[in-house]
Design a protein around this ligand. Structure first.
Ligand SMILES: [Zn+2]
Ligand SMILES: [Zn+2]
Length: 281
């Protein structure tokens, strides 16, 4: 059975590889369709398309947008939208700017804690203007302040950690309408991030559905079998489409592979057509 991967990052956000390199890995993993879903940026799409045509892989237009809902940071994946839509592009520029405003504040806090690093060093780690905490984490690793990026987040960069600075984010319901307005299908990414299960998660998803949400990312590298069946049930109950992907980042998280996640991930290719049909032509 053919597999797909609808959640992949490249150097255009916080991944370590180019779109062409990710396409090659997807091909090797037997992936027939894939989406590059960089954070708040779609610039990798044309490069992925160029590389994929030769290999016969379909590139679904994709993006991962950051948002806030009820004090929580939630990610909304968008698929099959008009990625050149000027309004959506403008929203994404604003999203990236909100991150840029935060970066110097984080660096300042790290400096005050006695960790020496500069904005230029962080910029040098990024492949585009989508610069964020993963790049800061990488600099902290390179300089030997922490062993790995996980420790960087635990000690300094994660929510509530020593150098954490909250980011101004748009409401999840608003972000959902951006994707719909560009003709696309908005999907709630990695529902584990909501930090709720059962009825609270049902209510959250029902509320987002009312705002225009059309899908739920059921298949994901870190979801276990039980979670997958619970999320499938939830999607069915709310009549939401089912999607899935690895959330591959490359070197930042080497345990996760394109198309295969931690080894057991298999996103069925049959999920693609309902998603395509839900998009506005
Ligand atoms: Zn995410
Ligand atoms: Zn992601």
């Amino acid at each position: 059975m053919a597999r797909i991967d609808l959640h992949l990052h490249t150097r255009y956000s916080d991944g370590s590889l180019t779109p062409a390199e990710v396409v090659t890995l997807a091909h090797q993993a037997g992936v027939t369709a894939m989406a590059i879903t960089d954070h708040d940026i779609v610039d990798g799409i044309p490069h992925a398309r160029e590389a994929a045509t030769k290999l016969g892989i379909e590139i679904v237009p994709g993006v991962e947008l950051s948002s806030r809902f009820d004090g929580r940071e939630l990610h909304v994946l968008g698929y099959f939208f008009d990625w050149q839509d000027p309004t959506l592009q403008a929203h994404m520029v604003r999203q990236r700017l909100s991150r840029q405003v935060r970066n110097p504040q984080i660096i300042e806090r790290l400096n005050a804690l006695g960790l020496e690093l500069s904005e230029d060093e962080v910029k040098a780690k990024a492949g585009s203007d989508s610069i964020g905490r993963p790049h800061i984490a990488q600099v902290l690793v390179d300089k030997g302040y922490v062993h790995d990026t996980r420790e960087a987040f635990e000690r300094y960069l994660g929510e509530g950690a020593a150098a954490y600075v909250p980011r101004t984010l748009s409401d999840t319901r608003e972000v959902i309408t951006w994707v719909r307005d560009a003709g696309g299908v908005p999907v709630l990414a990695h529902p584990t991030w909501t930090r709720c299960e059962g009825e609270p998660l049902y209510r959250l998803c029902a509320c987002l559905k009312e705002a225009g949400l059309l899908g739920l990312e059921v298949f994901y590298s870190t979801h276990n079998r039980k979670q997958i069946s619970r999320y499938l049930e939830l999607a069915k109950r709310l009549d939401l489409l089912v999607t899935g992907g690895s959330d591959f980042h490359g070197a930042a998280n080497p345990a996760i592979q394109v198309g295969r996640g931690k080894g057991n991930l298999k996103v069925p290719a049959a999920l693609l057509e309902p998603l395509r049909l839900a998009a506005r032509p």
